[in-house]
Design a protein around this ligand. Structure first.
Ligand SMILES: [Fe+2]
Length: 294
């Protein structure tokens, strides 16, 4: 059996046509993973997975994360949801820990930039939708890198970016209190290469709102370059906007795709269930050409 899929845009996103039984059976998992890496985001309609089925699909595709996230306020370990299924909701009654950080999801980001090995992929399925808005957008940082001129690629290949929680959250909540800012600042920062040479051979930009500054560069230049790259990478030609229906499943390759939630009404009961697949490779800078190194 071969996979049947339809491209949603030329550069990112495919809709996979597969029955629930075939998906849960796992025999197509290798091909689905390949499609995921090639297309950045894969959506499947009309599945209506329950939590156990969501876990089953996640385990077929990778190493399901069971949880080690730390709450910033007191360092307490957070469970990554019930057996690896996290409820994503702004309602503190549904998820008191994450509701305080999810407002940053409206900005383009990659998950886990504070980790040495960011998550490989995320599976996301709606249980309740907002009345208005709430689409999810995906941007291919593979495609964005591939379209840059070769001389600019070479220049970016050698740069490193420091990622911080306050860089990720402050733009989304400029009226925060000093206490909130202090909590964000208590998270460890992490330096990553700006360009990721994947084991697959493909390269991508490691961009996210968490990217605070480029090491060794003047602050103004660093700010301008990160902003310019973000504008470049989020052009329409590199993005796919998913309009959710109940029953959908979206899977994205977190290592080469940014995502963001579009705004929805305050007080919305919007609730998604999420599984995260652990990362499989550290972010590695491209190898310098021998001629350049000498
Ligand atoms: Fe996210």
């Amino acid at each position: 059996m071969t996979l049947s899929s339809v491209r949603l845009t030329p550069r990112i996103g495919s809709e996979l046509k597969i029955t629930k039984a075939d998906l849960l059976g796992g025999s197509m998992a290798t091909d689905i993973r390949a499609l995921l890496v090639a297309r950045g985001a894969v959506v499947i309609r009309d599945l209506h997975l329950d939590d156990e089925e969501l876990r089953t699909v996640a385990r077929s595709l990778g190493d399901l994360r069971l949880g080690s996230a730390k709450r910033a306020s007191d360092g307490k370990l957070l469970n990554e949801g019930d057996g690896g299924v996290l409820k994503v909701s702004l309602d503190p009654k549904v998820n008191p820990d994450y509701a305080r950080f999810l407002f940053g999801n409206h900005l383009w980001h990659m998950d886990g930039t504070y980790e040495a090995v960011p998550p490989f992929a995320t599976l996301f399925t709606p249980f309740r939708l907002s009345v208005e808005g709430g689409d999810t957008m995906f941007a291919s940082t593979y495609a964005a890198y591939e379209d840059l001129p070769a001389d600019e690629q070479r220049q970016l290949d050698g740069l490193r970016v420091v990622h911080t929680m306050q860089a990720a959250l402050f733009p989304a909540k400029r009226d925060c209190t000093p206490e909130e800012f202090a909590v964000w600042s208590s998270y460890p920062q992490r330096s990553h290469p700006l360009v990721w040479q994947h084991k697959s051979g493909r390269k991508s930009l490691v961009l996210s709102t968490s990217g605070a500054w480029i090491e060794g560069m003047h602050a103004a230049q660093s700010h301008d370059l990160l902003q310019r790259l973000m504008v470049h990478a989020t052009q329409d030609k590199y993005t796919y906007r998913h309009q959710w229906r109940l029953g959908d499943l979206a899977i994205w390759d977190n290592t080469g795709v940014m995502h963001r939630a579009m705004p929805f009404e305050p007080g919305s009961q919007r609730e998604f269930h999420r599984c995260t697949l652990n990362g499989e490779e550290a972010i590695t800078a491209p190898k310098r050409e021998l001629a350049e190194a000498s």
